[in-house]
Design a protein around this ligand. Sequence first.
Ligand SMILES: NC(=O)c1ccc[n+]([C@@H]2O[C@H](COP(=O)([O-])OP(=O)(O)OC[C@H]3O[C@@H](n4cnc5c(N)ncnc54)[C@H](O)[C@@H]3O)[C@@H](O)[C@H]2O)c1
Ligand SMILES: O=C(O)C[C@H](O)C(=O)O
Length: 335
Amino acid sequence: MPRSTSFTKPPVVVTVTGAAGTIGYAALFRVAAGAMLGHDQPVILRLLELPAAIGAAEGIAMELDDCALPQLVDVQIYDDPRAAFDGVNHALLIGAKPRTKGMERADLLSANASIFAAQGAVLNDVAADDVRVTVVGNPANTNAAIAARNAPDIPPSRFSALTRLDHNRAIAQLSARAGVPVTAIDGVTIWGNHSATQYPDIFHARVGDRTGAQLAEDRTWLVDDFIPTVAQRGSAIIAARGASSAASAANGTIDHVQDWALGTPGDSWTSAAIVSPGVYGVPEGLVCSFPVRSNGTDWQIVEGLEINDFSRARIDASVAELQSEIAAVDALGDA
Ligand SMILES: NC(=O)c1ccc[n+]([C@@H]2O[C@H](COP(=O)([O-])OP(=O)(O)OC[C@H]3O[C@@H](n4cnc5c(N)ncnc54)[C@H](O)[C@@H]3O)[C@@H](O)[C@H]2O)c1
Ligand SMILES: O=C(O)C[C@H](O)C(=O)O
């Protein structure tokens, strides 16, 4: 139900697809409470779901009401993407099938590609001029590429896919390894695909009073422990909880949009999958994870990082996988 409160800033429209799913449920309350766009930013939440999940979405809307959140202007529920995306400023594309044990994320391509093709086309028609799209549904990079290519009137730079969860996982692992707080770590990069081929690069990192390059001198730890732990964390979570990550994925989504919309602090950078302009040897048009900063409007790739042979081989392998996913989409024909 719309609130009668008067608000100091114009509200921002945030549409969450798959709103009644596990990530949606973990994200909505924090978005509504101001964790994503700021505690002074009024928000209209649009919940897009499949018809079968509209009842669940209505229950979530009741719970959102019951939080009496000061900046939540309204909660609106849709099963029609055209209505849900009309005038949207931030589209969080979460709704898609998750993988289960034994699957790779790319196995979801045929199930999920058509969702992102259709939603990209609708966003193209009805979204706000300043729309920013964050794709979470897997395989996230390629789904973002599909959405972008079905939205020819929206600049490709407005599409991104979530690798912030991987970035946060890398920081947590480094913190445990080096015995320093997460706040003492920066300069980490996730390169490539949100998949087992992703490359968490610590060669430019600061880890407390050490450098990532110093930690990387222990190649056994780097190759056999750190990189596979980060890259295969999603599988480890599925094996442990019987379902894919949800609260940490919601948290990564909120961190990603917060940095995009409010800017990355100081000189620090984060990781996001964005449409490649053809830098760092990544072919133009692929949605690839890079080191990025935001000025509050656009992502900018951190330029000039030296890429050593160890990193080059791993980035190239992940880029090759992204190319094969796009080839698979082309073969599907409907995306
Ligand atoms: N990029 C990442 O870091 C990351 C992390 C975790 C999960 N994921 C992915 O996010 C996706 C969602 O995961 P989940 O655990 O919330 O799944 P879930 O099955 O719990 O929820 C998905 C929801 O999406 C809805 N949905 C499906 N198709 C839709 C459509 N066309 N329009 C609107 N809603 C639709 C379903 O009804 C369901 O409620 C999965 O693809 C999962 O693999 C990505
Ligand atoms: O691994 C998955 O399938 C879910 C998600 O992408 C994750 O990284 O946890």
